[in-house]
Design a protein around this ligand. Structure first.
Ligand SMILES: [Zn+2]
Ligand SMILES: [Zn+2]
Length: 235
């Protein structure tokens, strides 16, 4: 079945995410846009996933548990998990690799964990703008341990991307999909080797994708999406 997706959305928990990116606003906007599958990929935490997953589900939208991790190499990696338990356990393990410097909301932005009524239940304490003390290889192994899959984010962006920071896509990560940033070109040889996701990387409501990008999945489930992202597309 053809499913319209946007698998890279930041909530008000990301310091750079707009304060308007509340659980209800995101779920309702995804509904208005006509999306079938979304993922909330806040920087280095997944603590707004559960609430948005519940709200979106009531509107018929599947929310795939996710996170955008910034590795030691300052590369952004989208991580998707088969269920909330996997995401939560993964996050607990990340705590050992966090630099525990307090966030400065007035400088970097708010980091709000919210409930289903868009009330703030926690101001996330540590600065999410910082890299984790975790290499790409370590991250890949950890995500794999919890049954998840990684997709390098916006690989053709001029910062925080695999191509900008490493200059290449490491073969040993055994990647099947990459995310491409629409407003920059991508080398053709790379496009031919990987499946491609095009997401919004929305930091404000209006940026959430229109129903343009779609995936062909066997069913509308998290498992079907994870399997799709893990399969070998070419070669
Ligand atoms: Zn990013
Ligand atoms: Zn992002």
């Amino acid at each position: 079945m053809k499913l319209f997706y946007d698998l890279h959305i930041h909530s008000c928990l990301s310091p750079c995410g707009s304060d308007e990116m509340t659980p209800n606003n995101i779920a309702n906007m995804a509904y208005l846009k006509g999306l079938d599958i979304i993922s909330i990929t806040d920087h280095n935490t997944g603590k707004n996933n559960d609430v948005i997953r519940g709200l979106a589900q009531q509107l018929g939208i599947l929310v795939v548990p996710g996170m955008e991790v910034q590795t030691k190499e300052e590369v952004h990696i989208l991580c998707y998990f088969p269920d909330m338990e996997a995401l939560n356990t993964f996050e607990n393990e990340l705590d050992a690799h966090r630099v525990q410097l307090p966030n400065r909301p007035e400088r970097f932005g708010n980091q709000w964990v919210m409930d289903e009524e868009d009330s703030i239940i926690e101001e996330y304490p540590w600065a999410l703008i910082l890299s984790l003390n975790l290499s790409l290889d370590q991250l890949n192994a950890l995500v794999d341990k919890f049954g998840g899959v990684i997709v390098p984010a916006h690989i053709n962006k001029s910062s925080n991307s695999m191509l900008s920071n490493l200059g290449f896509i490491p073969e040993d990560l055994n990647l099947k999909f990459i995310e491409v940033f629409m407003n920059a070109s991508v080398p053709q040889d790379i496009l031919g080797h990987y499946g491609v996701l095009i997401n919004s990387d929305a930091h404000s409501l209006g940026q959430i994708s229109e129903p343009i990008q779609s995936l062909e999945l066997t069913e509308k489930t998290t498992y079907a999406l994870i399997n799709h992202l893990k399969r070998r597309v070419k070669l």
